[in-house]
Design a protein. Structure first.
Length: 236
């Protein structure tokens, strides 16, 4: 049974999250503050963390940063509406996805399932998927078996979601993907009215693989539609 650490200081929200995750077949452990969350993570080694950003003591961003310093555990952030800068900061620190409060508990379970499916085999103790494909472009190498990326010979650390997004685009160069199509392909859930998560992840991915994020070589915006991968590796 997969174990999920829920970090939430609001008792009613924590109870709701625990109820739906338990009914979905997951084992749930809980923390109401950042210090307890880090202690539980180190001791219990959960398969995924549902992490609220607004916590007493150590906030969720710092919890995310510290977890990422020693583990690749998938992280689903819970944020208040209007906290876009915090969401971007969390994704920059390595969170895999986010939900804006108030959220649908069923959507939360759906995203948890999707994240765990996408990251299966990438966490310690699991065997990597038998995929030997290496994608090579000018200045960019993507090793899908090892889930490693190099830009101009330099290794780049990507989150599981950022890696999956890059691979989805790079495997079909020059194909234009709508935001809805990327949500379905990479996040593994249907479009529910908010495609901003795609834009945020594209932004963080560009910061990591593009020498000039404002003039991207690889991930190009197709205005009014979505994004495409340019295999030439040349800025517009």
């Amino acid at each position: 049974m997969e174990r999920i650490l829920v970090v939430e200081d609001e008792a009613n929200i924590a109870q709701l999250v625990r109820l739906y995750l338990t009914e979905a077949g997951y084992e749930v452990i809980e923390a109401g503050d950042g210090v307890t969350a880090l202690e539980l993570h180190a001791r219990e080694r959960p398969d995924l963390v549902v992490l609220d950003l607004m916590l007493p003591g150590i906030d969720g961003l710092e919890v995310c940063r510290r977890i990422r310093s020693w583990a690749s555990t998938p992280i689903l952030m819970l944020t208040a509406r209007g906290m876009e800068e915090d969401r971007i900061a969390g994704l920059d620190l390595g969170a895999d996805d986010y939900l804006v409060k108030p959220f649908s508990p069923r959507e939360m379970v759906s995203r948890v399932r999707a994240i765990l499916r996408r990251t299966a085999g990438t966490t310690p103790g699991n065997a990597a998927a038998p995929d030997r494909e290496v994608l090579r472009f000018p200045g960019l190498v993507i090793n899908t078996a090892a889930r490693r990326v190099e830009v101009d010979g330099r290794p780049v650390d990507l989150t599981a979601r950022e890696f999956d997004l890059l691979v989805a685009l790079a495997r079909t160069p020059d194909r234009v993907f709508s935001r809805e199509a990327l949500l379905s392909k990479v996040w593994d859930y249907a479009y529910v009215g908010d495609t901003r998560t795609v834009d945020v992840h594209i932004g963080t991915l560009r910061k990591k693989i593009e020498p000039e994020p404002g003039r991207p070589r690889f991930i190009k915006t197709v205005w009014g539609i979505g994004y495409r991968f340019d295999p030439r590796g040349l800025p517009d």
